[in-house]
Design a protein around this ligand. Structure first.
Ligand code: DCP
Ligand code: MG
Ligand code: MN
Length: 351
C-alpha cells in the first residue's frame, strides 16, 4: 500500500510541485520567460494530478508536460533533497527583490525590475517613491492583508452583506460569488463576484460588449458605478483599484458590527474583491469561466478547439474551415457547455 504523505489537496508530490512552482515564478517575474513559466506550471499541475509518489525523474517523464529537463530536476531533488538552481535563485538578493515587488498588487514584473535596477529593493523604500499609481499605493498599504487567505466564513459574511446592499441599488440585480469560493474552497485568495441584470443583454454576436461598442447602453453604463458608490457609502468597499463600466477591482472589508456578528476572529482585514457586470444572455458562460479553476478552463477551451469550437466567457461558437467564429450556440446553463463539448458535467467542487 502507498502511504505517501499527502498535502491538503491530496497531492503525494507536494514538495516537487512546490519547487516547480517556485521555478515558474522565477521565470515569470525575473527571467520574464513566459514559455518556461508555462512549462513549469504545466508540469506541476500534471504531477499534482498524479496520485502516486514519483520515484525518479524517468518516472516523472512519463507524465504529460514533464520533459527531459524537468525530469532531471526532479531526479536531482529526489536524490539530493534539494535543487542547485533554486538555491542559486534564493541566494540572489536582486531576484528576491524583484519577486517581492512583483507580488505587490499594482506591480508587474516589468515595474518590479525597473525599481530594483534603480536600487529600490525593499517595500519601505518603494513606499517613498514618487509617481506610484493609486493602485500601487493601495497594494503597498495592504500588502500584509492581501497575502492572507480569506476564511470561507468571511467570504460568506461578505457575500451576504454585499448582496443585501445590491438590492438597495437595483432590486433586480442578480449574481453569485464565483472563483475558489464557488468551488467550495476552505479559504480564498480574493472574492470574485459576477453580477447580471435581466434587462442587460449582449448584442448576440458572442463578443465582449466593450469590443463591439465603446460604451454600454444606458442605464447599464452607470450601473456598476452606482453599485460601487453605494458599497463605498456603506463602508463595505474601502478602495478602488480600477473601475470600468463592467469591471471593478478593489478592496472590501466588513464593517465592525457585521464582522463581530458573523463571529469572525480578528483581525478584521482588508480583502481583495473583483466584480463583473455581465449581460444576462452570456451569464452562464461567465459563471463557468469565473468559477474556474483556471486549469479546468484551459482543459475546456482546448476540448472546444479540438471539436471545432471556440469557448470564451462570452460565447461558445463553431469555427468555420477558414477559422472564423460562427453564430454563438444558445447556452442557458453551465451544463449546456459540458454537453456541447461531450464532457461529463462537473460540479463546481470538482472543477
Ligand atoms: N481565471 C482563469 N485564468 C486566469 C485567471 C482567472 O481562467 N489566468 C478564472 C478562473 C478563476 C477565476 O477566473 O477561478 C477567478 O480568478 P482568481 O484569480 O480569483 O482565482 P480563484 O478564485 O480560482 O483562486 P483564489 O482563491 O486564489 O482567488
Ligand atoms: Mg478568486
Ligand atoms: Mn479574482
Amino acid at each position: 500500500a502507498v502511504t505517501a504523505a499527502k498535502n491538503a489537496k491530496g497531492n503525494a508530490n507536494a514538495e516537487i510541485c512546490d519547487f516547480l512552482n517556485q521555478l515558474a515564478d522565477y521565470e515569470r517575474n525575473v527571467s520574464r520567460n513566459i514559455h518556461k513559466y508555462n512549462a513549469y506550471r504545466k508540469a506541476a499541475r500534471s504531477i499534482a494530478a498524479h496520485s502516486l509518489p514519483l520515484r525518479s525523474g524517468k518516472d516523472a517523464q512519463r507524465l504529460d508536460g514533464v520533459g527531459k529537463k524537468i525530469g532531471e530536476k526532479i531526479e536531482e531533488f529526489l536524490t539530493t533533497g534539494g535543487l542547485k538552481k533554486l538555491d542559486k535563485i534564493n541566494a540572489n538578493p536582486e531576484a528576491a527583490a524583484i519577486q517581492l515587488i512583483a507580488s505587490v498588487v499594482g506591480f508587474g514584473p516589468a515595474a518590479a525590475q525597473n525599481y530594483v535596477q534603480k536600487g529600490i529593493t525593499t517595500l519601505e523604500a518603494l513606499k517613498q517613491e514618487d509617481g506610484l499609481s493609486n493602485a500601487q499605493k493601495i497594494g503597498l498599504k495592504h500588502f500584509a492583508d492581501f497575502n492572507e487567505r480569506i476564511p470561507r466564513a468571511e467570504v460568506e459574511a461578505l457575500r451576504q452583506a454585499v448582496f443585501a446592499e445590491l438590492r438597495e441599488v437595483d432590486d433586480r440585480l442578480e449574481g453569485q460569488v464565483c472563483g475558489s469560493f464557488r468551488r467550495g474552497a476552505a479559504t480564498s485568495g480574493d472574492i470574485d463576484i459576477l453580477l447580471t441584470h435581466p434587462d442587460f443583454k449582449s448584442t448576440g454576436d458572442g463578443e465582449a460588449l466593450g469590443k463591439t461598442k465603446k460604451k454600454l447602453d444606458p442605464p447599464f453604463d452607470k450601473l456598476l458605478d452606482r453599485v460601487i458608490s453605494h458599497l463605498k457609502k456603506v463602508g463595505l468597499v474601502t478602495d478602488v483599484l480600477s473601475l470600468g463600466e463592467s469591471k471593478f477591482m478593489g478592496v472590501a472589508r466588513l464593517p465592525e458590527t457585521q464582522f463581530s456578528e458573523a463571529g469572525l476572529a480578528p483581525p478584521r482585514r482588508f480583502r481583495r474583491i473583483d466584480m463583473r457586470l455581465w449581460p444576462v444572455d452570456q451569464y452562464p458562460l461567465a459563471l463557468l469561466y469565473f468559477t474556474g479553476s483556471d486549469e479546468t478552463n484551459k482543459t475546456m477551451r482546448r476540448k472546444a478547439i479540438d471539436l471545432g469550437f471556440r469557448l470564451s466567457e462570452y460565447s461558445l461558437r463553431p469555427m468555420s474551415e477558414d477559422d472564423k467564429p460562427g453564430r454563438p450556440l444558445p447556452v442557458s446553463s453551465e451544463k449546456d457547455v459540458f454537453d456541447a463539448l461531450d464532457m461529463t458535467y462537473l460540479e463546481p467542487a470538482q472543477r
